[in-house]
Ligand binder design. Structure first.
Ligand code: SAH
Length: 325
C-alpha cells in the first residue's frame, strides 16, 4: 500500500491522503473517516473488489479522486472569481454613478487637511470648497485622485495637481462672491469650474470653456456627479466647447477669469472681457512658465504680478494639441 503513496498527487492534503488509504484498506474503521461527500466514490469500488485486486483498482480510483479534488478546487476558484467580478462591477458602478465611499470622502478630507497644514490652503472658504467638490469624481477611473500631483486625462491634457487648484482658488476667492461671474478657460475635467460655480452660487455664473469635445463632455458628466449638479441643472453653471483664447463674450464681463493652460502671452480677448475690479489668473510662458495675477483697476489699466513658477499644458489650437498624440 505504501508503494502507492509516492503516486499520490502533491496537492492532496493529509485529509485527502486518508481517503486514499481508507479506500484501499476498505476496513469499516478507516471507512468511517471518509467524509460523506466522498463515500459515493467508494461504494462501487469496494463492492467490485477483493483484497487481491487492490493493486489493480487503485490506479483507476486515482483519476476519480483527482477529478473530485480538481472539481472542488475549480468550484472554489469559480466562486472566488465571481465574487471578485461582482465586487469590481459594483465598485465601477458606484464610482460611475458618483457614490463616493466613506473611505474616498475621508481621503479627500485628508488631502485638504494636508494642503491646509502645508499652508497652501489658507482660508476656511477654500478648504470647505475643496472638501465639498470631491476630486475623486473628476479623475479618470483607476488613477490616484488624492495624491498631490497632476494626472493625465487624455488628449495631451492633465487635471492640475490639488496644490495648483488650491493656489488658484486662494488667489481668486475674493472675486468669487455670491452673484459674481467666473470664466474658466481650458476647463479640462471641470473641477475648478464646479468650485467656481459653488462659490458664486445660483445667482452668479460659472462658465467652462474647453476645446476638446470629448473632455468637455466628460467634464459635464463629472460635474453632474458632484455637489455642483443642481447649479448645472439650474443653468448658472455651463461648459462650452470652443476656443478659450476668445473667452466667452456672451456672458462678459467677468469678475474672475482663470486659465488652466499656459499662454505664450495673455490673450487680448480675455483682458477685454474682465470687469474693472476683476482678476485674471493665468500661466504665461512656453518652457519656463509663471503664474500671473492680473488685476484690472477701475480706470481700466491693469496691474500684473507673478505668483509662482509653474508647469502647465499649452493654451493652443485643438489641432496643435492633438498633433502631439
Ligand atoms: N483646470 C483644468 C486643467 C486642464 S489641462 C483641470 O484641472 O482639469 C488644460 C486644458 O486646457 C486641457 O483640457 C486642454 O484641452 C485645454 N485647452 C488648451 N488649449 C485650449 C484652448 N485654446 N481653448 C480651450 N481649451 C484649451
Amino acid at each position: 500500500m505504501s508503494a502507492y503513496l509516492p503516486t499520490t498527487p502533491r496537492f492532496l492534503n493529509s485529509r485527502r491522503n486518508s481517503i486514499h488509504l481508507a479506500a484501499v484498506g476498505s476496513s469499516s474503521s478507516s471507512r468511517s473517516r471518509i467524509p460523506s461527500s466522498y463515500s459515493f466514490l467508494l461504494r462501487p469500488l469496494a463492492s467490485s473488489s477483493s483484497s487481491d485486486e487492490a493493486p489493480n483498482y487503485f490506479p483507476d480510483f486515482c483519476p476519480l479522486l483527482r477529478m473530485e479534488v480538481l472539481r472542488s478546487s475549480y468550484n472554489q476558484l469559480f466562486r472566488a472569481t465571481h465574487i471578485l467580478l461582482l465586487f469590481t462591477i459594483s465598485t465601477n458602478f458606484f464610482a460611475e454613478k458618483g457614490f463616493m465611499t466613506k473611505a474616498s470622502l475621508e481621503k479627500n478630507k485628508g488631502l485638504v487637511e494636508n494642503l491646509c497644514q502645508y499652508g497652501v490652503i489658507k482660508s476656511k472658504k477654500v478648504a470647505e470648497m475643496m472638501e465639498t467638490i470631491d476630486r475623486g469624481l473628476f479623475v479618470p477611473y483607476g488613477s490616484q485622485p488624492y495624491s498631490d500631483s497632476p494626472m493625465p486625462i487624455g488628449y495631451n491634457a492633465t487635471i492640475s495637481a490639488p496644490h495648483m487648484h488650491a493656489t488658484c482658488l486662494e488667489l481668486l476667492k475674493d472675486h468669487l462672491k455670491p452673484g459674481m461671474r467666473a470664466l474658466d478657460v481650458g476647463s479640462g475635467t471641470g473641477y475648478l469650474t464646479a468650485c467656481f460655480a459653488m462659490m458664486v452660487g445660483p445667482d452668479g455664473h460659472a462658465i467652462g470653456v474647453e476645446h476638446i469635445p470629448e473632455l468637455g463632455a466628460a467634464s459635464i458628466k463629472n460635474i453632474k456627479r458632484s455637489a455642483a449638479e443642481p447649479l448645472m441643472r439650474g443653468g448658472s453653471l455651463s461648459v462650452h466647447v470652443a476656443d478659450g483664447r476668445l473667452g466667452w463674450p456672451e456672458l462678459a464681463p467677468y469678475d474672475t477669469i482663470h486659465v488652466g493652460a499656459a499662454a505664450s502671452e495673455v490673450p487680448k480677448a480675455l483682458l477685454d472681457q474682465l470687469k474693472p475690479g476683476g482678476r485674471i489668473v493665468i500661466p504665461v510662458g512656453n518652457f519656463f512658465q509663471e503664474l500671473k495675477v492680473i488685476d484690472k483697476n477701475p480706470d481700466g489699466s491693469v496691474a500684473t504680478r507673478t505668483d509662482a513658477s509653474v508647469r502647465y499644458v499649452p493654451l493652443t489650437s485643438r489641432s496643435a494639441q492633438l498633433h502631439e498624440l
